[in-house]
Structure formats: structure tokens, C-alpha cells
Design a binder for this molecule. Structure first.
Ligand SMILES: [Zn+2]
Length: 697
């Protein structure tokens, strides 16, 4: 059986912090790939900048890797596909769905692309119905391929798309989303017209049917399901209405709750209040090969779970047995245009296409340098393999003089890499504190830079730890002031190596003290306990989703399940992110310094109010979005969200409300009354608390 797996990992690096991957003897991407036990693995939202790519990600053992990165918005989006070369090696590999940007610099692989290297069958964009931009300006189809959303591999038997389809974070993005989907369909049509079969795997960001929505059982929601054009589009593209085989749904036609994505901000996974937006679709010609598919909803590490399909090893056709391995490894394959180095791991498999990350200059230039050294000195020890990038600048004074491919000698990527090498101590910290929130946070960056500068000044930068160091618990003292609730919540899925929020807290420790010094007058008696009341989903310091929370403040992230009905809630009201956490730490510290510990005991933890419907103690939240209420605390019903939970009368008809789930109780925290703004934003509805607009799809 051959397995193709797709998983929106929501920051690839952080997956390794989750069980069972965190306890792998081989705790790196290669170990992760082996553990997933698939032959072809498609990851979305790797959220990794090209400079962050290390050998364990780019050249993981027997796997060939194919990465795409956004051309702007670094560290956002991005998909990568891994192929076990012991099973097959793609014949061709490229990025994007239109082919329009292949001839331009800025991609993973430098142009020019030969005709042999291109997969081809690009749609004629004049024939694709493209919506104008939201502001009425014409849509530029080239924009579809600038966000690193597609890696396409040609295996002969089929062409495999690994896709991170756009989400509709706001109505301005709808044209982009719809144009991406229509262009994808046009590309697939073109391939099929040329006699090709296609497999689409990825985060499609569309719920096909009401059954694919946690809200599907709610009458009104189901009735309104197909009011979104993307859902109509997807359902009409899939059998029986259209040609594409929705393999996992066809394997489990009536299964309810078969979700692949849960809104982490509202802790929707425990009650399985999710959506099925991660799909694997095949063209009908592949039906004989399909054995079936399923979701892996017990696998944690992201707000999505893996989804896979299995293909038969062989089928009988016209009385003959055809083996899939023969079809995936044709004898007349195009030769790889990538350069092979004599010290590469020996492999019997053919070399992958030039697009493979192993041929990126970051990984090949180094070797070329050594090759030239070798030519003169013939070192007996085989070098390189375990070295990390950060040592390059020191050990390779000559690397810039080594000629690369004539056409690519000083391309943008190489220039960037040289620049990186020129200031390794500043550029490296991204490897060390890989907390996504830290990457997105300017304050964290400032801290990192400061640290790096200090280390550089003290001469330690050359001994900078490798990325592996990140996961080593060097933080015994760092856990001391983390609230117990944090550990409880982490315990559900994580094996808690070093929660990155704590790392960050540690790294900002010096700042925290300084800030506390300045913020003494701000310390309010309301915050008294060393461990303020917390609740699981909001206290996770380093859940992958927090990357997007921080990111959304920067206005550049897709939100998770694009159709979860309370997207508004998720956007408007915030959980505590590392920033808030750090602020609280500073406040606590200020109090302790100013008042002494006996003062702290005078303030008992605030008692949570009871919600009106359930009479249960509420949970507290803090508004994170910009606006007059930012930083304010409020209380919501503590029941989990679920189908039919009370979203407010404007969002949910009374007859659809299911009292087993969260009620509509809302209360500003009275301790914040001094900062409270007029009640109009409270309104008794959690939805309006943040004062933002309507959610996306
Ligand atoms: Zn309640």
C-alpha cells in the first residue's frame, strides 16, 4: 500500500514538541516523517523562512524535499512535500499553480526552467473567470503564486498538488480565494485534457457539505451552507456532481464529526467542534488505485490533523497485473538537472528534479566550497554533514569566491544568504527561539538581537547552539512562575519539553524586571495571586495557533477554520498571548518588589461570576485586538463551544441554540471598571466585545 498524507502543521518546527514526536529518538523532521508512516507527505503552513531551513528539514535522510516560500510576508504560509526516495522520486517538481512566476527570480529554484523541468499544462488565464479585486481593480493572476501556496510534483502516474488554499480572513480576500480555486480547477482541467491524472492534497479551506461542519447539524446553518460560492464550487467539482473523487468522504460517506481542523482559540477540539477542510481529491482515472482514506484526529501538533489516502500496490487491468512502483519509476524518466556531489549519501534512487531543496545553494554551495578544499588538501575526514549553517561564515572564508552555476552566482537568495553569513550572530537567533510569537513580535526580536549582540561581544556567537538546542530543557528555573493551569492544559497533548512561551519569558526576563520597575504605579490590587485564574485554551503559551494570533495583529495571517461560525469571537476576543503573559509577569514582579509578599496574600483570587443559563463559574478572557477595550478582562460561560452554542440572537436563531454548549453570558471584569469604556461595546454579547466586523467564510 502506498500512502499519501497531508497535514497543515501550522509551523513545522513546533510539531516536534508534541507527543509522540517529542519523544522520538530521532527528534527532527526525518523522525517526524518516519513516524507519520507515509510515502509522500504534504505539509502546509510550514511558516518557515528560507534562512531557517536546515539540513534536517532540507535533506532528511532518504526523503527528497520540495519547499516553496512566500515571496513576501516571510515566515507565513508555505508548503513543502516530502517523498520517500526508497519508494519513488518525482520526475518533475515546481511551485505555484499558474506557471506565471517560474521564469522570474524569487522562487525556490532559480530560472531559467527548461521545458523538460516544467510540468506544463498551465491554464490560459484569459479563459479563467477571475473576480476583480474587492476595490474593483482588475485582479493580477500572478498574485496567486506569490504566497507560497503550492508545490506540484509529477510522478508520471499522477501529478500531485500540495496546496494551502487561501482563507477568507475578511471580505477583501474573497476574490483572491475564489480566483485561486478557479485557477486551480483550470489547471487540473488542462492536465486532464492532456491525459494526465491528478491528486490534490492539502488545506482547501472550504467545507464541502454541512456534514463537514461542526455546525452541520444546526438547522439554520445547514440551510445557509451553500450561500458561500466556494462551497458551491467545491461540491460541484466533486463526485457525484463533478469529476473529482473526495477520497476520504467516499471512504466514510455518512460519518459525522469527521473533522480535520478545530479552532484552537475557542478550544473547540475537545468537543470535536470542527470542520473538514483538509482534503485529498483524485481525478476519476485513479479510482482503480484507491484503497481508501481516513483522518488521523488523534494526532496532535497543530490545529489540524493529518489526512491520508492509500493506493494499491498493484491492480489488475485487462488480465494483467500492473504495479504502482513500475508506474512511479519509469525507465525513461527525464534526467535530473540538479548537481550531484560525490559525498552525497549513496542512493540507488534516481536524483530528484533540480527544484529539490538539496540542490538549494544553501546546501550545495557549502559542499562546493569543501569540494574545492578537498581538491587541494584531500582531507581524510568526511566533513560537512552535521554542520549547521551558523558555522559557515567562520569556516568558509572562501565560499563567496567559489563559482556556482554560472547563471545563478549572485542571485537574490544567495545574496541574502551571504548577508546572513556576514552577521550570523544577529541572524541566527531565529533558530534558537523558534517561538512563532517571538518571530512575529518586535519586542522579542529586539530581545533576541540584544542577546545576540551580547553574545557576539562576549565571543560566544561562534558556539551558538544548533537548532536542536532549542528543545533541550535548559529552563529549570523558568517554569517557576508559570501557572499550574498551564501545565494541566499542556498535558493534554504535549509532552512539554520547553514550552516556547516560557522560553520567551525567560529571554525577556531582564526586560521584565526593567519594565516592572517602570510600571510600578500601574500595578493594580486586582491582580494579586502568583497564579491568576487561567483556563486551558487561553493559557497555552506556545500553541501553534498563537503564531497566527500574533500574526493576525500584523494583519498577515490566515485564520484557522474559515467557516467556524464564531470566527468573529476568535478574532475579536483574545486569549492571552505571550505578550499579555509577559505583562502579567511584570505586574506580579512589580507588586512583589513594591509591596512585599505579605501584601499579595491580602488579595484572594477573584471569584468567577456564574453564567445565567448554566450557573457555572465563568472563564476570563482578555481583549487582544486593537481598540479601546484592548487589555480589558471579561467573563464568558465556561461550557465548551459546540454545534448550536449560543452565539447571540443576531447570529443564531433561538430555536437552534443547544444549551449543552456555551451560553451567551458576558460580563466585563469589574476590576477593570476604571478603564472601562461605555457599555455599548459590551452589549451582553461576547461577539460584540471586540468591536470588529463580521467573520469570514
Ligand atoms: Zn453558561
Amino acid at each position: 500500500m502506498m500512502r499519501i498524507l497531508t497535514w497543515n502543521v501550522n509551523v513545522l518546527r513546533t510539531v516536534l514538541d508534541y507527543h509522540p514526536f517529542s519523544s522520538l529518538p530521532n527528534k527532527n523532521v526525518e523522525g517526524l516523517l518516519e513516524e507519520l508512516k507515509a510515502d509522500i507527505i504534504c505539509f502546509q503552513e510550514h511558516k518557515t523562512r528560507r534562512q531557517q531551513l536546515d539540513r534536517s528539514m532540507a535533506c532528511p535522510g532518504p526523503f527528497d524535499a520540495f519547499w516553496t516560500f512566500p515571496r513576501s510576508k516571510l515566515g507565513y504560509s508555505g508548503v513543502c512535500t516530502y517523498v520517500d526516495s526508497r519508494v519513488c522520486v518525482p520526475l518533475r517538481a515546481e511551485e505555484g499553480i499558474t506557471g506565471l512566476l517560474l521564469s522570474e527570480p524569487g522562487g525556490t529554484m532559480k530560472p531559467p526552467w527548461t521545458a523538460e523541468e516544467k510540468i506544463g499544462c498551465y491554464p490560459d488565464m484569459d479563459d479563467v473567470q477571475l473576480d476583480d479585486e474587492f476595490d474593483g481593480t482588475p485582479f493580477d493572476p500572478r498574485s496567486l503564486d506569490v504566497e507560497g501556496r503550492a508545490v506540484v510534483l509529477d510522478f508520471g502516474l499522477f501529478v500531485l498538488f500540495n496546496l494551502y488554499c487561501p482563507n477568507e480572513t475578511n471580505e477583501q480576500r474573497r476574490p483572491y480565494k475564489m480566483n485561486f480555486l478557479r485557477t486551480l480547477q483550470a489547471r487540473v482541467d488542462a492536465l486532464v485534457a492532456a491525459g494526465r491524472e491528478v491528486i490534490i492534497a492539502g488545506d482547501i479551506n472550504v467545507m464541502r457539505a454541512p456534514l463537514d461542519s461542526g455546525e452541520g447539524g444546526v438547522k439554520t446553518t445547514a440551510e445557509q451552507h451553500y450561500e458561500h460560492p466556494a462551497r458551491v464550487w467545491l461540491d460541484s467539482w466533486c463526485a457525484p456532481k463533478g469529476p473529482m473523487v473526495d477520497v476520504v468522504r467516499e471512504s466514510w460517506p455518512n460519518r459525522e464529526g469527521m473533522f480535520t481542523c478545530w479552532n484552537q482559540k475557542i478550544d473547540a477540539r475537545p468537543a470535536n467542534y470542527g470542520s473538514r477542510i483538509d482534503l485529498i481529491l483524485c481525478t476519476p482515472g485513479l479510482r482503480p488505485w484507491i484503497n481508501g482514506g481516513d483522518i488521523q484526529n488523534k494526532v496532535y501538533g497543530s490545529d489540524h490533523c493529518p489526512v491520508y489516502i492509500d493506493l494499491h500496490d498493484s491492480i489488475d487491468r485487462d488480465g494483467q497485473t500492473i504495479f504502482i512502483r513500475d508506474l512511479l519509476n519509469p525507465v525513461n524518466r527525464p534526467p535530473s538537472t540538479g548537481t550531484v556531489f560525490p559525498w552525497d549519501e549513496p542512493r540507488s534512487a534516481p536524483q530528484p528534479p533540480r527544484f529539490a531543496t538539496k540542490f538549494m545553494e544553501e546546501f550545495s554551495a557549502k559542499q562546493r566550497t569543501l569540494k574545492s578544499l578537498w581538491a587541494n588538501t584531500k582531507p581524510k575526514v568526511k566533513p560537512v554533514q552535521t554542520k549547521t549553517q551558523e558555522t559557515k561564515a567562520e569556516s568558509d572564508p572562501d565560499r563567496e569566491e567559489i563559482p556556482l552555476e554560472p547563471s545563478t552566482t549572485m542571485g537574490i537568495a544567495r545574496a541574502a544568504f551571504v548577508a546572513l553569513d556576514a552577521s550570523p550572530s544577529v541572524a541566527r537567533p531565529a533558530f534558537i527561539d523558534e517561538s512563532p510569537s517571538a518571530q512575529a513580535s518586535t519586542s522579542a526580536t529586539a530581545t533576541q538581537t540584544t542577546q545576540a549582540t551580547q553574545e557576539a561581544a562576549s565571543g560566544t556567537s561562534s558556539a551558538r547552539p544548533t537548532p536542536v538546542k532549542r528543545t533541550e530543557p535548559s529552563t529549570v528555573d523558568l517554569t517557576q512562575d508559570s501557572p499550574p493551569a498551564k501545565k494541566m492544559s499542556l498535558g493534554r497533548t504535549r509532552s512539554t519539553p520547553v514550552p516556547k512561551g516560557k522560553q520567551k519569558k525567560a529571554s525577556t526576563n531582564g526586560q521584565a524586571k526593567l519594565a516592572a520597575f517602570w510600571s510600578v504605579p500601574k500595578a493594580k490590587p486586582k491582580a494579586k495571586e502568583p497564579s491568576p485564574p487561567r483556563f486551558p485554551q487561553t493559557s497555552l503559551p506556545s500553541t501553534p495557533k498563537q503564531a497566527s494570533q500574533v500574526g493576525s495583529l500584523l494583519g498577515e495571517m490566515d485564520e484557522p477554520p474559515d467557516t467556524v461560525q464564531d470566527e468573529l469571537f476568535a478574532q475579536a476576543l483574545a486569549e492571552e498571548d505571550a505578550e499579555v503573559e509577559a505583562e502579567r509577569a511584570r505586574e506580579r514582579e512589580a507588586r512583589n518588589q513594591a509591596a512585599g509578599s505579605q501584601w499579595a496574600s491580602m488579595f484572594a483570587p477573584k471569584k468567577a461570576p456564574l453564567c445565567t443559563v448554566h450557573q457555572h463559574p465563568c472563564k476570563d478572557f482578555i481583549v487582544k485586538v486593537q481598540g479601546p477595550n484592548k487589555g480589558k478582562r471579561f467573563w464568558l460561560c465556561s461550557k465548551p463551544v459546540g454545534p448550536g452554542y449560543d452565539m447571540g440572537r443576531s447570529k443564531r436563531p433561538r430555536e437552534d441554540v443547544d444549551p449543552r454548549y456555551r451560553c451567551n453570558f458576558f460580563l466585563w471584569d469589574s476590576a477593570n471598571s476604571q478603564r472601562e469604556v461605555p457599555r455599548r461595546l459590551g452589549g451582553g454579547s461576547s461577539i460584540s466585545a471586540g468591536g470588529t466586523n463580521d467573520p469570514g467564510v
